[in-house]
Ligand binder design. Structure first.
Ligand code: FES
Ligand SMILES: [Fe+2]
Length: 404
C-alpha cells in the first residue's frame, strides 16, 4: 500500500536532528528502511539499444543489472550469482547477454529474459538434487520516464513506479530527448558530506544569488517557485538565464525555455535531473558513508556541428573543464584535488560541493544548531525531511544523540 504523502509546507522548519547527518546508526537505518525500497536513476534507454544489451549499475548498496528484453521491455536483476554470490559483471560493465548471463566463477548461466537458471556445469555429478527453478537471479523493479531508467531493489516495491512518479509525466515532463545528443564524459564528485546535506543544498533556492553570485547569479527567491509532485521536488524556471542565451553551444531542438517551465527535478530520495536549452543532465547522489556521498553526473548536449570545431565556446555551468583526474572511466572531482580554491572555480557544482562540505563540518560543532529557515526558498528542505521521516521515523531504534 502506498503511504500518504506529506503536503507541501507553507512554513519552513528543520525537522531532522543534526545527528541524522552524521550518525552511522541513522545511516544504516536509511539503507535498511529507505534505500532498500527506493527508486533510483540507473541508466538511459540509449545505453541498451538491442535485445540482450545489459548495463551493470551500482544502486546505493545494490549491484544490479539492467537488461533489454526481446520484446523491447526492460528487466532488472541483482548482480549476484545464486551459487556462491559472486558479482557477475564488473561495476559499470556493459555488453550483450542474449546468449545467457554467465557467472565467470563456475559458469552458472541465467536467462536474460526472466533470470531463470538455465544450466550449470557438471550438474549430474555435483548437484544431483538441485532444481534449476529454485535458483533464479533475484529480480528488481524497473521503470522508465522519458529516456531515464530507474530501478528498485524490490521486484514489487510498495510504491510501484507510476505511483512513485505521481503526476510527473502529465504535468512536469521535460521536452528533451537524448536521441541525437552526444554524451559528455561522466563525472564523479567525491563529496565529504552526508547525502542529505547535498540534496538539501540542491533544493535550497535561497542561496542561488549569494553562494553563486559569480556563476548562476540567482534567481532571487521572489523570482522562483517549486512544485511538489509525488515526493519529488521540481524547480520552476521563469525564462532562462541571459548567459545561457549567449552561449556558443547549440540549442537542443524542441526545448522552449521562454516561459514558466520545470528546470530541475529532485526525485525522492536521491536522483535528479538538470535541464536547460543547451544541456540535459541526470544524476544520483550515492550515500557512500555517513559523511561522504558521490554525485554521479551524466550530461548530454547537442553535437558539435561540422566546421565548428575551432570556434571558442563558452562553458555551460556544471560541466566545466575542472577535474582532469580520471578514475573508472569518469572525470573525478574532489575539493582536495582541485587546482584552485573551489570558490574560484567558476563552476556552480563545485561551489555547491564546497558549501556542502562546510555545512557538514559544522554539524560537529557542539554549539551548532540549525536556526530559522526561509519561508521562501527553504520550505523544500522541510518537505524533503518530512518525506525522509515517513520512511525512517525518529522513534525507531535508539539513536545516540550528541551531548547538549
Ligand atoms: S559463484 Fe557464480 S557460478 Fe559459482
Ligand atoms: Fe547551489
Amino acid at each position: 500500500m502506498p503511504r500518504p504523502i506529506p503536503p507541501k509546507p507553507r512554513r519552513a522548519r528543520q525537522l531532522l536532528p543534526k545527528e541524522c547527518y552524521f550518525s552511522p546508526e541513522w545511516f544504516e537505518r536509511e539503507h535498511a528502511e529507505l534505500f532498500s525500497r527506493a527508486w533510483t536513476f540507473a541508466c538511459v534507454a540509449q545505453d541498451l539499444p538491442e535485445p540482450g544489451d545489459y548495463k551493470a549499475v551500482q544502486v546505493n548498496r545494490y549491484a544490479m543489472i539492467v537488461v533489454r528484453a526481446k520484446d523491447g521491455g526492460l528487466n532488472a536483476f541483482h548482480n549476484t550469482c545464486r551459487h556462491r554470490g559472486t558479482q557477475i559483471y564488473e561495476d559499470g560493465a556493459s555488453g550483450n547477454c542474449r546468449h545467457g548471463v554467465v557467472c565467470p566463477y563456475h559458469a552458472w548461466t541465467y536467462s536474460p529474459e526472466d533470470g531463470a537458471l538455465r544450466g550449470l556445469p557438471k550438474k549430474a555429478l555435483a548437484f544431483a538434487d538441485l532444481r534449476l527453478e529454485d535458483w533464479p537471479l533475484h529480480r528488481g523493479g524497473v521503470g522508465r520516464i522519458g529516456d531515464l531508467i530507474f530501478v528498485n531493489p524490490r521486484e514489487t516495491p510498495e510504491d510501484d513506479f507510476e505511483t512513485w512518479l505521481g503526476s510527473m509525466r502529465k504535468t512536469h515532463m521535460w521536452p528533451h530527448s537524448l536521441e541525437g545528443l552526444s554524451e559528455k564524459r561522466p563525472v564523479r564528485y567525491d563529496i565529504l558530506g552526508n547525502w542529505k546535506t547535498f540534496c538539501e543544498n540542491a533544493m535550497d533556492g535561497y542561496h542561488l544569488s549569494y553562494l553563486h553570485d559569480r556563476t548562476l547569479m540567482g534567481p532571487d527567491i521572489e523570482d522562483q517557485d517549486w512544485d511538489a509532485v509525488g515526493r519529488h521536488w521540481v524547480f520552476i524556471g521563469q525564462g532562462e538565464n541571459e548567459s545561457r542565451r549567449d552561449s556558443h553551444y547549440a540549442p537542443i531542438p524542441g526545448v522552449d525555455v521562454s516561459g514558466r517551465h520545470p528546470a530541475v527535478w529532485q526525485f525522492f530520495p536521491n536522483s535528479g535531473v538538470l535541464s536547460s536549452s543547451i544541456f540535459f543532465s541526470a544524476y544520483t547522489i550515492a550515500p557512500v558513508e555517513p559523511e561522504r556521498c558521490h554525485l554521479e553526473l551524466r550530461t548530454w548536449m547537442a553535437p558539435r556541428e561540422a566546421g565548428d570545431a575551432g570556434r571558442k565556446r563558452a562553458r555551460p555551468s556544471g560541466t566545466s573543464g575542472h577535474g582532469h583526474i580520471m578514475k573508472d572511466g569518469r572525470r573525478y572531482i574532489s575539493i582536495a584535488e582541485l587546482g584552485c580554491h573551489a570558490m574560484e572555480s567558476l563552476d556552480f557544482q563545485i561551489e555547491d560541493m564546497w558549501v556542502v562540505e562546510q555545512q557538514q563540518k559544522a554539524f560537529r560543532h557542539p554549539l551548532m544548531r540549525t536556526g530559522e529557515l526561509a519561508d521562501r526558498g527553504e520550505t523544500s528542505l522541510t518537505w524533503f525531511q518530512a518525506n525522509i521521516l515517513d520512511h525512517v521515523p525518529l522513534e525507531g531504534p535508539a539513536l545516540p544523540l550528541a551531548a547538549e
